[in-house]
Design a protein around this ligand. Structure first.
Ligand SMILES: *[C@@H]1O[C@H](CO)[C@@H](O)[C@H](O)[C@H]1NC(C)=O
Ligand SMILES: *[C@@H]1O[C@H](CO)[C@@H](O)[C@H](O)[C@H]1NC(C)=O
Ligand SMILES: *[C@@H]1O[C@H](CO)[C@@H](O)[C@H](O)[C@H]1NC(C)=O
Ligand SMILES: *[C@@H]1O[C@H](CO)[C@@H](O)[C@H](O)[C@H]1NC(C)=O
Ligand SMILES: *[C@@H]1O[C@H](CO)[C@@H](O)[C@H](O)[C@H]1NC(C)=O
Ligand SMILES: *[C@@H]1O[C@H](CO)[C@@H](O)[C@H](O)[C@H]1NC(C)=O
Ligand SMILES: *[C@@H]1O[C@H](CO)[C@@H](O)[C@H](O)[C@H]1NC(C)=O
Ligand SMILES: *[C@@H]1O[C@H](CO)[C@@H](O)[C@H](O)[C@H]1NC(C)=O
Ligand SMILES: *[C@@H]1O[C@H](CO)[C@@H](O)[C@H](O)[C@H]1NC(C)=O
Ligand SMILES: *[C@@H]1O[C@H](CO)[C@@H](O)[C@H](O)[C@H]1NC(C)=O
Ligand SMILES: *[C@@H]1O[C@H](CO)[C@@H](O)[C@H](O)[C@H]1NC(C)=O
Length: 567
């Protein structure tokens, strides 16, 4: 099911300017021949996220950051989880990326009452995966890492959803002997059984387990046997790709090659099938779907459902997000709204549709194209507001895309790079969401007195701070400041060649007594990036809050290394 274009080496010409997201070039969007465009940064050489192409951005986008697990086989850049900012001032810029390869189902969830990042990472196989599940806290530290119970090696990539009881719902693909005569195969053939588990994350206790083969016959599949059916190549007859638990304790699962969504009771019985060969529902013609992903209830009353329809009828011809009206009593399904991007992309597998405010019908919708690197946001009536491509087609997958609230407080220090020739400092802080602007200071020694040099509003992952015409001392360091004027962290010091631990006084008095000089400098250094110390100073003054760095205070450099242990 998964056709990945492998091979081809990274081509240097595919490295484009950092944080410059509005561009157009011939190869983008074509097959992977030219490699996947990615970004590099002067202040942080470790991260190489995709370069985005923004085809459309309209006003009316919902709040929140965008979560993409970049996976598949990019011929360049990194296949890591990534968080993006699509606010007007930072449209399409990176917020965080971290060293976990082939991430699937990357998003925020709530665990033990705290906002966390969750994802699967591991080895991507032919339509399924062998890996494990990760939970990171707001400092991007791993606070849980686990596998399916009794199937450590077989923990699959399709689902990692956390319930209100802090249990996890996960899927396992496991080979099992089965009679394949209904699909033209051997009586003693092999299938991939699809198992889902509910696991208490803290204790590792198995709460519930269900498998398809006990309840659903091979004769219900719409998949073709082909060469499959042996122990070495089991027949993927069900292909479970989403599981969620509702407030009544029932489960909703999607079987891709069943063309059906199933409701399972807490005792394991199938309450109904929606779609497929044995549908209990009458599905309206324009609501018929195939090879779907990501079945979800929208409302607690279960009157609306969303899915990603991968394999629409020839009459439709493109993949789409579908919002259904579901009447469980009358057993009818009708289409409320369909969602598709400007290119009417066909995405053969993976994909997602998210209702950004499930409590309202006046909400935006967020669409991920799964195996094709596109995402889109829509207003309530289906108007396309945001249309983005984040990789070369057939090379990069996103599985599901989400827009969610997130506050990141990295335990690392921010990073700085000084380019004396450009008279500029480049500053970034992987994962810090609260930085409003940067102040740069200089000193004649790493333990000298640090005097104010320049400021700039945060413009994206990396912000360029023009050092102005006033001249700066040998060493430079910068501090990240939040919207109330509080310092969130300091970079180490640099002279443009090396990095050094810094100490010494911050000349606060000098800074505050020469505020007019600061403004003058700033006004002559405002750049097209839209950054200016004048406005930063104005914002600081307006807030009326003193910056909480005392004279003579020695800054402690605290570096917490997030250890990444890939299983
Ligand atoms: C967003 O859209 C506006 C209006 O079309 C355009 O000028 C701007 O360049 C776009 N921004 C990005 C980052 O593509
Ligand atoms: C990512 O982690 C792997 C495994 O720990 C390591 O070998 C690799 O150097 C890391 N890559 C980067 C860019 O940090
Ligand atoms: C995240 O976990 C690390 C390691 O347990 C801890 O030091 C840190 O304080 C936590 N951060 C948050 C925001 O909870
Ligand atoms: C599937 O469920 C049946 C009945 O609960 C059980 O006997 C069987 O071991 C399960 N198989 C797998 C692969 O989990
Ligand atoms: C599959 O087989 C079962 C058991 O014989 C039968 O009840 C069911 O109707 C069959 N389904 C299809 C789609 O043929
Ligand atoms: C859910 O159904 C109940 C009972 O019919 C109704 O009172 C309630 O308003 C419904 N909630 C929503 C969000 O529609
Ligand atoms: C750093 O050295 C230069 C040149 O000697 C001097 O002009 C400047 O005042 C010094 N800066 C500080 C903060 O002492
Ligand atoms: C700074 O470091 C130098 C060299 O280690 C030392 O001689 C000097 O006394 C230090 N200055 C201050 C202000 O601590
Ligand atoms: C800025 O940081 C301070 C200290 O952590 C915090 O009290 C304040 O609420 C923050 N302000 C904003 C706007 O985040
Ligand atoms: C800098 O940020 C402040 C506060 O967010 C904002 O009011 C101001 O317009 C920004 N300045 C520029 C030049 O974008
Ligand atoms: C120095 O001045 C700049 C610009 O006015 C301001 O952003 C910053 O908070 C000040 N720093 C200190 C330490 O007072």
């Amino acid at each position: 099911m998964k056709t990945l274009v492998l091979g081809a080496v990274a081509a240097l010409r595919c490295v484009y300017a950092q944080d410059s997201v509005s561009f157009d070039f011939d190869n983008y969007g074509k097959d992977d021949a030219s490699g996947t465009p990615y970004q590099t940064f002067k202040s942080n050489a470790d991260v190489k996220p995709p370069q985005l192409q923004i085809n459309k951005n309209e006003t009316g986008l919902a709040d929140g950051l965008v979560f993409i697990g970049v996976d598949g086989a990019p011929t360049s850049g990194q296949n890591w989880p990534s968080i993006w900012d699509f606010s007007p001032d930072r449209m399409g810029t990176l917020v965080w990326t971290g060293n976990y390869t082939e991430p699937f189902d990357f998003r925020t969830q709530t665990y033990k009452g705290e906002p966390v990042l969750t994802f699967w990472s591991g080895e991507l196989l032919d339509g399924y995966g062998h890996g494990s599940y990760y939970i990171l806290n707001q400092s991007y530290a791993e606070i849980a890492h686990f596998s399916a119970v009794g199937y450590k090696e077989l923990s699959d990539l399709h689902e990692f959803s956390i319930t209100t009881d802090d249990t996890a719902l996960v899927i396992i693909y496991t080979p099992k002997q089965a009679d394949l005569s209904d699909v033209g195969g051997d009586q003693d053939g092999w299938i991939f059984d699809c198992v889902f588990q509910e696991i208490d994350i803290d204790s590792g206790r198995l709460v519930f387990e269900w498998n398809a083969s006990t309840h659903v016959g091979v004769n219900e599949t719409v998949n073709e046997l082909g060469d499959a059916g042996s122990e070495a190549s089991p027949f993927d007859y069900f292909h479970m790709n989403s599981v969620l638990k509702d407030a009544n304790g029932d489960y909703l699962i999607s079987g891709r090659v069943m063309d059906a969504v199933f409701k399972i009771s807490s005792s394991g019985d199938i309450l109904w099938r929606l779609g497929g060969k044995q549908s209990d529902f009458d599905v309206a013609d324009d609501a018929v779907f195939a090879f779907q992903h990501d079945a979800r209830w929208v409302d607690a009353n279960q009157t609306r459902m969303t899915i990603f329809d991968n394999g629409p009828t020839d009459a439709v011809g493109y993949s789409r997000g579908l919002l259904f009206d579901v009447d469980q009593a009358a057993k009818t399904v009708s289409l409320i709204q369909e969602f598709y991007n400007g290119a009417k992309t066909f995405a053969k597998f993976e994909g997602s549709l998210q209702v950004l405010d499930p409590t309202s019908t006046d909400t935006n919708y967020f669409l991920g194209y799964g195996n094709q690197p596109f995402l889109a946001e829509f207003s309530a009536d289906g108007t396309l507001l945001l249309d983005v491509q984040f990789g070369a087609t057939n090379a990069v997958n996103g599985y599901r895309a989400y827009k969610l609230a997130w506050t990141g407080k990295p335990a690392t220090n921010p990073d700085i790079h000084l380019d004396a020739d450009a008279n500029a400092a480049y500053v970034s802080w992987n994962g810090a969401t609260d930085v409003e602007w940067w102040d740069v200071y200089s000193a004649n020694a790493t333990n000298g007195t640090w005097r104010y040099a320049a400021s700039a509003n945060r413009t994206g992952f990396e912000t360029t701070v023009d050092l102005g015409g006033g001249g700066v001392d040998k060493y430079l360091r910068a501090r990240a400041v939040n919207g109330s004027g509080d310092a969130l962290g300091w970079t180490r010091a640099t002279d443009g060649n090396g990095m050094f631990d810094a100490s010494g006084d911050v000349d606060e008095e000098k800074n505050s007594t020469s505020s007019s000089a600061v403004s003058t400098t700033a006004s002559t250094t405002a750049r097209s990036t839209g950054s200016s110390a004048t406005t930063a100073a104005a914002a600081s003054a307006t807030s009326g809050l003193a910056v909480r760095i005392g004279r003579g205070m020695v800054e402690k450099v605290v570096v917490a290394v997030v250890v990444v242990a890939l299983v």
